[in-house]
Structures are given as C-alpha cells and as structure tokens.
Design a binder for this molecule. Structure first.
Ligand code: SAM
Length: 239
C-alpha cells in the first residue's frame, strides 16, 4: 500500500520491486485526482509508461483513504506514507490505515527530517518525525546520516516502524500529537468521514479526543483570522 502518489515515482519503484512476486499487488492512493504539481495530469500518470508493471497495480484517487480501505481489505504488509508532511496529515492517515495492517507490517515514512534539513528547516513540518517517534514498534533508519554535509549534521529523511500488538496498545501517544499546531484544516466532509471510520475501530475515549482536537483547531484558526497579523497578511495577499 502507498499513501501519496503524486506523479507515481515511488509507485514505479515499488512495482519494479514487486515484479518478481507474481502474487503481490501494490494499492496506491492519492487524495487528489490530478497530479498536485500539474492537475492537467492524473495522479500516478508515470505508471502508464510501464504496461508490464501496471498489471500488479490498483490506484484509488479522490478523498481520504478511509473511503477505499474496505475495498482494499486487511492484512496489508507494507505501507509507504508520504502525504502532507503537515499536521494533521499523516497522523490521521496512519490512524485510518492501522486497523488494516497485519502484525509485522512495515510502515515507511518519507521526509522525516523536513523540520531540520540542511536547506529548509521548516519547523512546522514535524509531522512525520514526531509520528514515527510516537508509534510503538521496532524502528528502522538508514545509517551514515551524519555524513555528507560538512556544515550541518544531517538526520535521516526516511524511516520505518514495524507494527505489532504493542502498536495497538499505545495509541494515546499518536492521538496526542493531534493537539500540536495544524497548519491546515481538513474539510468538514473529510472530518465527517474520519469520525465514521474511527468509530468502527477506536474506543470512545479516542473519539471524543478527536472531536475535541477538531473543535480546538477550528477555533484556533477562526481566532487567528481575527488577529491583526492575519488581517495584514490577507490585505497584502489581496494587493
Ligand atoms: C510528496 S507527494 C508524494 C510523492 C510520491 N510518494 C513519490 O515519492 O513519488 C504527496 C502526495 O500526497 C497527496 N496527499 C496529500 N494528502 C493526502 C492524504 N491525506 N491522503 C492521500 N494522499 C494525500 C498529494 O496529493 C500528493 O500527491
């Protein structure tokens, strides 16, 4: 499984790795129908160039992955998560897919060092780093990451966690990340779909936690729009 397809570069790489395993299949999902950098092209359009690889591929686009998970089914053994890199993005994506992962599944997160990368250091892009840390399970990161840049230490930009029974028992650490600043708000439709999905798999405590964080962040955003800084920024944007 893959969440976040864009042009389909990572899909092609994974399909190429799967081609020797005839029973294996890659399910890819993207929120957007069109490639986010050029919506005239479809999400995943790269894969059209590889007819042989495409035979082992199913693509779902349009809306959150929870819309499609019952069609895809459980026992997923591998998942690359590479979506928003902003809260609540991957936190909600991971919680959506967790009930469909088998024990022993590997979940790979891309861009785990965006907040601390040599050139960008976008402090609010902490989602994949904090999420990988919060998920209970054995972690895998590439070695040798302190080399390569003489001026600034380099942290790994990709990492994985192995899902186990323990992961399902330590959910507070993950839900609690949802209290940290959301640079964007999911739509009301997405929010409603998330509740319906989570109600099937998570205890009442987490459902009310989720409702509270949505209310909190919508209120913070509304209040933020009333601040002088926001009004000045809006005025500059219009001008
Ligand atoms: C960084 S790109 C993916 C790059 C791709 N994995 C690769 O390496 O070639 C992020 C993609 O995630 C998609 N996206 C954003 N939020 C999403 C979500 N909640 N679920 C699925 N896809 C999402 C965007 O539309 C975009 O295409």
């Amino acid at each position: 499984m893959e969440l976040g397809v864009a042009a389909g570069g990572s899909s092609v790489l994974m399909l190429n790795a799967l081609k020797d395993f005839s029973a294996a299949r890659l399910y890819s999902h993207d929120y957007c129908l069109g490639y986010y950098r050029n919506p005239k092209l479809k999400s995943g359009y790269f894969v059209d160039q590889y007819a042989e690889l495409k035979k082992q591929w199913t693509l779902y686009t349009g809306g959150l992955v929870c819309r499609f998970l019952d069609q895809i089914g459980g026992d997923i053994d591998f998942c690359l998560i590479d979506t928003m890199h902003l809260n609540p993005g991957e936190i909600l994506d991971f919680l959506m897919i967790l009930p469909y992962l088998k024990n022993g599944a590997m979940v790979v997160f891309h861009d785990i060092n965006m907040h601390a990368s040599a050139n960008l250091r976008l402090w609010w892009r902490i989602t994949n780093n904090t999420l990988l840390s919060a998920i209970s399970g054995k972690k895998f990161i590439p070695g040798g990451f302190f080399q390569g840049n003489k001026e600034l230490a380099q942290f790994p930009n990709i990492g994985a966690v192995e899902i186990s029974a323990n992961t399902h028992e330590n959910l507070f650490e993950i839900f609690n990340l949802l209290t940290i600043y959301w640079p964007y708000l999911p739509s009301k439709i997405d929010e409603a779909e998330i509740y319906v999905h989570f109600r099937k798999y998570y205890a009442e405590f987490y459902l009310s936690y989720l409702q509270t964080v949505f209310t909190y962040h919508r209120e913070v955003a509304r209040k933020g729009r009333e601040t002088l800084a926001y009004r000045i920024a809006e005025k500059l944007r219009v001008m």
